[in-house]
Design a protein around this ligand. Structure first.
Ligand code: ATP
Ligand code: MG
Length: 547
């Protein structure tokens, strides 16, 4: 099924209005990209690819006060990661490189009597703009001579005054954006990563954006719905400025932005979480940033598939964050090797362990338990087994709920890939928690060769105490609580729990960024940054919502 943008593009190609389509992703480098931006990248890049067109990354770096080189670099990394493009194949442009042309365009408007320097303060301009019901009032400077406007604009350029340049359109327009919008202002900040101190005046988004598009020959300038009311100004700008620098009369199209439950997608808010140290940084694995999702163990493929599944709509809506999770879950189900890790270990001593029992066992690491798609045929590695093992504290209960298939006093359970054991006793800590469990191996119950006749209802995972390695495991919850109300007050203070778990020795050989299914626990990725063995929980095994 094609979306409305594809329909538009196909018509343009058919009619010959457009020979080759060209799209852009135009971030302002004032923060890291988030999953909403991923949606825009996938859409723009996907359309260019589908119709054999071109795609460019363009920095909308028109406000030096908020922008930074760190953001520029992270954005390039993220776009390469999501699209799978190599750096040499990604065209990167900077709006600030067009400041000269934009200035020329502004001068051309003044010369046509279509722009004027206004001395009103921002507050006065806002007041005189009127409301939806009430027309705006003309600025006292609206009818200045062209000569005076050129002179004052030149003064603005050298920061000799603090005025603004406004487009002269219509203070009575029903569209507020057309009521003599500001197109240039004086800003005394350094443009750190590109222009230095060359410019003291900076263009406003509505003026700059269409010019950037037209210079690059962008055929379909795709943005989010909030800009629908700005489209007349976009068209006005391209229709009225004079320059030889344009390759194409670009057009703007709007689609609905991506919103996710339990997630906030505002760079300003995400930046405040970083600045106030509520998270460890922009790439904290709890953040909805692309860098955070990557750290969390998401793959570009899972994010692309998610964006495709969401589709392109004309009306805003909210997507359940669990839809995103389901894509990485099913991908890892099909690709991640299995391993045994005990997240909250208690010791089990096997009192009848003797020389008749095996010390090395075969563990199938390529098969899923109870999940539809095994990764590959049976592949296995040796794991060690001995008198003392760890099991998870939740797999032993003195007061089992109904249908509890794990270990209880006097009960049986199968140790995954090993023997069936029977619990014969336990020891408690002074606080009443379980310190240790005692058990016996059921004779002839070895997995794959079981002639014991004993039926164990459940299978639990375990690791051998002799060879187990300590791993740091980060368990995440959503950053935002599931409540109504202002997101500023919804920060979940318990979104991160760190535990020291006992893992199979094999995990020592894992690579940073490698993902595993810790059987019965979830999908985990070895942290990309930490040198030690740190694993981040990507997602639980099953959707908590459905179970
Ligand atoms: P924020 O509102 O989070 O600060 P922004 O829209 O100001 O983001 P830009 O750098 O201007 O950030 O965005 C670059 C591009 O990404 C724009 O074309 C914008 O429309 C698109 N975009 C931003 N957020 C979303 C979203 N949630 N869903 C889809 N596209 C988005
Ligand atoms: Mg923006």
């Amino acid at each position: 099924m094609s979306n409305f943008l594809e329909d538009i593009i196909e018509k343009d190609l058919e009619s010959g209005n457009v020979k080759t389509i060209k799209t852009r992703f135009p971030p302002e480098p004032n923060g890291y990209l988030h999953i909403g931006h991923a949606k825009s990248i996938c859409l723009n890049y996907g359309l260019a690819k589908k119709y054999n067109g071109e795609f460019v990354l363009r920095f909308d770096d028109t406000n030096p006060l908020k922008e930074d080189t760190e953001y520029v670099n992270s954005i390039i990394d993220d776009v390469l990661w999501i699209t799978g493009l190599k750096k040499e194949d990604l065209k990167i442009y900077y709006a600030s490189d067009y400041f000269g042309i934009m200035h020329e365009c502004a001068v051309s408007l003044i010369e046509k009597g279509l722009a004027y320097v206004c001395e009103l303060s921002p507050e006065e301009i806002r007041k005189s703009r009127g409301t939806f019901e009430k027309k705006g009032t003309n600025s006292p400077h609206r009818n200045r001579s062209i000569k005076d406007n050129l002179k004052l604009f030149d003064e603005m350029k050298n920061a000799k005054n603090g005025f603004v340049l406004r487009a002269k359109i219509d203070m009575a327009s029903p569209n507020m954006n057309m009521r003599d919008p500001i197109i240039y202002r004086v800003l005394k900040g350094e443009h750190h990563f590109r222009q230095g101190n060359k410019w003291q005046i900076y263009p406003m988004y509505d003026f700059a954006h269409p010019i950037e598009d037209a210079i690059e020959g962008i055929t379909h300038s795709i943005c989010t719905l909030e800009f629908e009311d700005h489209r007349p100004l976009y068209d006005w700008t391209l229709a009225n400025v004079n320059t030889k620098a344009f390759k194409f009369r670009s057009r703007q199209f709007e689609f609905a932005r991506l919103n996710l439950t339990r997630t906030i997608m505002s760079k300003r808010y995400l930046k405040s979480l970083v600045d106030e140290k509520k998270v460890e940084g922009w790439d904290d694995a709890r953040m909805p940033t692309i860098a955070g999702l990557r750290r969390r163990g998401y793959t570009p493929n899972s994010i692309r598939n998610f964006c495709l599944s969401v589709g392109v709509a004309k009306a805003n809506s909210e997507v359940d964050v669990r839809q995103l999770e389901s894509f990485i879950r099913s991908e890892l189900n099909a690709t991640a090797h299995r391993a045994m890790t005990v997240i909250r270990p208690i010791e089990v001593e096997i009192t009848n362990f003797d020389e008749t029992h095996k010390r090395t066992l075969d563990f199938s690491y390529g098969l899923s338990i109870g999940l539809e798609r095994p990764i590959e045929k049976e592949v296995s590695r040796k794991i060690s087994f001995s008198k003392k093992i760890y099991i998870d504290e939740s797999d032993f209960s003195l007061d089992p709920p109904e249908k509890y298939n794990r270990l209880v006093k006097g009960g049986f359970v199968r140790l995954k890939s090993a023997y069936i054991i029977k619990c014969t006793g336990y020891e408690k800590n002074p606080d009443g928690s379980i310190k240790k469990v005692f058990a016996e191996i059921v004779p002839d119950s070895l997995s794959g060769n079981d002639t014991s006749g004993v039926k164990a209802k459940g299978v639990i995972h375990w690791v051998d105490t002799k060879t187990a390695v300590d791993v740091k495991v980060r368990l995440y919850d959503y950053l935002l609580n599931d409540e109504e109300g202002d997101f500023l007050n919804k920060l979940n203070e318990n979104s991160l729990e760190i535990v020291i778990a006992k893992a199979e020795k094999h995990l020592e050989k894992s690579k940073q960024g490698e993902s595993f299914q810790f059987i019965r626990e979830g999908y985990f990725v070895r942290d990309e940054k930490a040198k030690e063995l740190v694993f981040n929980r990507v997602v639980a095994l099953k959707d908590s919502f459905k179970s």
